[in-house]
Design a protein around this ligand. Structure first.
Ligand SMILES: Nc1ncnc2c1ncn2[C@@H]1O[C@H](COP(=O)(O)OP(=O)(O)OP(=O)(O)O)[C@@H](O)[C@H]1O
Length: 271
C-alpha cells in the first residue's frame, strides 16, 4: 500500500509498499520520546501506543506538541531521546518498511498545482505500486463519498480548502495503510464530509488499521476515540480511555473537555 502527501513547500512522498490483508497486527510505540525542532525540546519524555483497530486521540491546546509528535511519528523529525517503533522497527532500522505502514493526512492540504485530481491519484498509485484496477475501484468509491467523482480533471487551484482536504483524504485512504496518522482533520470539512470521514475511520478500524488523530474537536473525539493522550506543554498529562481519565480526575460524568481543561489547570496551578 501506498501513500502520498505534501509537507511544507515541497511534496514529500511518504510511501511505499506494504502488506494487504485483514490481520494487520500493527503496533505503534512511542517510548520516552524527547524531541522537537532544535536542541531545546518541545516534547519531553512522552510515551504512548496505538494498537491495531484502535483510534487514539491526541488532545492538546495550541502549541501543546500534537503536530510535533506527529512529525516524529512520520519521520520528519529525529528523536533527541527515546524511540518510536512500528511493529518493533524504528525508521532507521528499515525506512521503507516503516514508511510503508503509514498513511498521513496533514493539517494543511498541499497539492501539486500542476496536477489534476486524477493525476494525484495516479501518482499515489504509481509511487507506491498499488494494483491499479483495485485501487481505482477503491478510489471511485472514495471520490463518490466525498462528492469529487466529477472533478477528476480539476486542478487544485479550482478546489476550495475543504475540497483540497478531501483530496488528501481520498489519496490517503486509497492506500489501505496499517497506520493512519491524521492531523486535525475536521476544521476544514463540512458536516457531511466530517461524518463521511468518521465512517471511513470506523471502517478502517474494523479492517484492523490503527489511527492516531490529533484534534481540538473534543466532543467528536469523546464520541469516537478509544483512547486519549492528553498533551500539555510537551508532556503527556494523562492517557487512557474516557472511563480511566474520569477515574483519574475523580468525576465519573466529566466530558473530555472538562477533563482536559481541569487537568491542564491543575498543572498550571502547581507551577
Ligand atoms: N517548525 C518549527 N520550528 C520551531 N518550533 C516549532 C515549529 N513548529 C512548531 N514549533 C513549536 O513547537 C511547539 C509545539 O507546536 P505544535 O505545532 O506541535 O503544537 P500543536 O499542539 O500541534 O498546536 P496547534 O493545535 O496550534 O496546531 C510550539 O511551541 C511551537 O512554537
Amino acid at each position: 500500500m501506498v501513500f502520498t502527501t505534501v509537507l511544507h513547500e515541497t511534496y514529500v512522498i511518504i510511501c511505499v509498499i506494504g502488506l494487504k490483508g485483514t490481520n494487520l497486527n500493527m503496533t505503534l510505540k512511542i517510548n520516552n520520546l524527547t524531541g522537537g525542532y532544535s536542541r531545546i525540546p518541545v516534547l519531553k519524555d512522552i510515551s504512548f501506543e496505538v494498537g491495531d483497530g484502535q483510534l487514539v486521540g491526541l488532545i492538546g491546546l495550541n502549541g501543546a506538541g500534537k503536530s510535533t509528535t506527529i512529525n516524529h511519528v512520520i519521520g520528519l523529525l529525529v528523536p533527541q531521546k527515546g524511540k518510536i517503533t512500528i511493529d518493533g522497527n524504528t525508521l532507521m532500522d528499515d525506512p521503507q518498511n516503516y514508511k510503508s505502514k503509514i498513511a498521513y493526512i496533514p493539517e494543511l492540504p498541499v497539492l501539486y498545482p500542476e496536477l489534476t485530481l486524477r493525476e494525484h491519484l495516479e501518482l499515489t498509485m504509481m509511487a507506491y505500486g498499488l494494483e491499479t484496477t483495485s485501487a481505482w475501484q477503491r478510489a471511485r468509491v472514495l471520490l463518490q463519498t466525498f462528492r469529487l467523482e466529477n472533478k477528476l480533471d480539476w486542478f487544485p487551484a479550482k478546489f476550495s480548502k475543504g475540497m483540497r482536504q478531501k483530496v488528501m483524504i481520498v489519496c490517503a485512504f486509497v492506500t489501505q495503510a496499517k497506520l493512519y496518522v491524521i492531523d486535525e482533520p475536521f476544521l476544514g470539512l463540512d458536516p457531511l464530509a466530517t461524518r463521511d470521514l468518521l465512517n471511513l475511520i470506523a471502517a478502517e478500524k474494523k479492517r484492523g488499521a490503527g489511527i492516531l488523530m490529533s484534534t481540538h474537536v473534543l466532543d467528536t473525539a469523546q464520541e469516537y476515540c478509544d483512547h486519549f493522550v492528553l498533551l500539555h506543554e510537551g508532556r503527556v498529562r494523562a492517557q487512557g480511555t474516557l472511563e480511566q481519565l474520569r477515574d483519574l480526575y475523580g468525576d465519573l460524568n466529566a466530558s473530555l473537555t472538562e477533563l482536559y481543561l481541569g487537568m491542564t489547570q491543575d498543572v498550571n496551578g502547581n507551577e
